[in-house]
Design a protein around this ligand. Sequence first.
Ligand SMILES: [Zn+2]
Length: 360
Amino acid sequence: MRFQALRRSVIRTGLDGLCAVRAGEVFGAQTRGMGAILMFHHVREPSSAAFRPNSHLEITPAYLTAVVRRVRELGMDIVDLDEAARRLAAPASSRRFVVLTFDDGYRNNLTEAFPVLKAEGAPFTLYVATGLVDGTAAPWWDVVGEIVARSSRIRVTIGGHPLERPTESCSQKERAVDALIAALIAVPEDEQRQAVEKAARDHGVDIGAMLREAMMDWDEIARLAADPLVTIGGHTVGHYALSRLPEPRAQQEIEASSARIEAMTGIRPRHFAYPYGSADTAGKREFSLAREAGFATAVTTRRGVLYPGHADRLTELPRISVNGDYQRLRYLDLLLSGVPYAIERRINRLRGRAAASASI
Ligand SMILES: [Zn+2]
C-alpha cells in the first residue's frame, strides 16, 4: 500500500476509534479550549477522475454548509480574526468560537465557497499569495499533479538528480507524485521552482494557463474584500517556505505581499498565514517577522485548538485542517473537542522523555 494511503487509513482508524468511545464528549470539556481556526483550500465538486492527487485539499460546497451549521449547533460563534483575538484576551466573558480560513486564493473560493458563506452569514478570511494571482509564482503541488495526470511516463531532474517513473496506471501516478514531492521538498526553494518549471515545459503543462483558470484575479479579490464578511490576509508573494529563505528575503516576501494587497484592494492586511505553516517551515524567526510586520494574528498549520495562552502568541496560532479525505461531521466534532491534539501532545511528551532517557 502506498504510504499516503496507509497513513490515511491509520488516521481514519484512530479517529473512528475515538468517535466510537465518544472521546470528544467524555474528555472534551478539559481539552476543547476556547475555539478553533479551521483551514480550507479548494471548495468544489470532486472531479470524476480516478487520479485526484490533492483530494485532501478539497471539500464540497455541501460539506462547507454542513460544517457552518454544525459549528453553530455546537453553540459556537463563527467570528473573524479580530474578534477571535479579542475573545482570546478575555476568556472569562467569551463564548466559544470558530474562524474559517481559506489559503492561497483559489477562484472556487469565490464561485463555490462565497455563496455558501454569504447565505449563512458566516465571516471568513482568504489568505492570498500575491504571486499566484500575478502569475509570478506557481502552485507547484498542483503543477506536479497536472504533469503526472497527463503523462504516461515522467522524466525530470531535481537537484541535479534524474528521476524517471512510469505514470500509466492510477497507482503508478500516485507513487510518482509522492516521489516528486519528496524530491522537491528536499532541495532549496529556488531550485525547486526551477525544477518544476522545467518539468512543466518538458511535459506540456502551461503553468500560466493553470494559474489563470485556478486563481482569482485582482478584480475578483477586490470584490470579495469589499464584502463585510470577508477579510483578506497575507500569504507572502511566492509561497516559499520562509524558514528556508535568508531573513531579508523572508521579510521582503511578507512586506511585498502586504503592499500588493493594499494597492489592489485598498486595505492593508492585518492577518497572515505562513506558507505550509509546519514547524520546519515557520518557526520563532518567522513568528517575530510577522509580529514586526505589524500583523494582529498569524496562523500556522500546527494542529490544535485555541487556549487563553494563545493571546500572548498571536503570530503562532494553530489551525485544524478540514481535510477532504475525511468529510464527516463526526470527525469535525472530534477535532473541535481538542481530544486528538491532547493525545498527540501527550505522545510527543512521552517520546521526548523516552529519547532523553535513551540519550543518557
Ligand atoms: Zn498556501
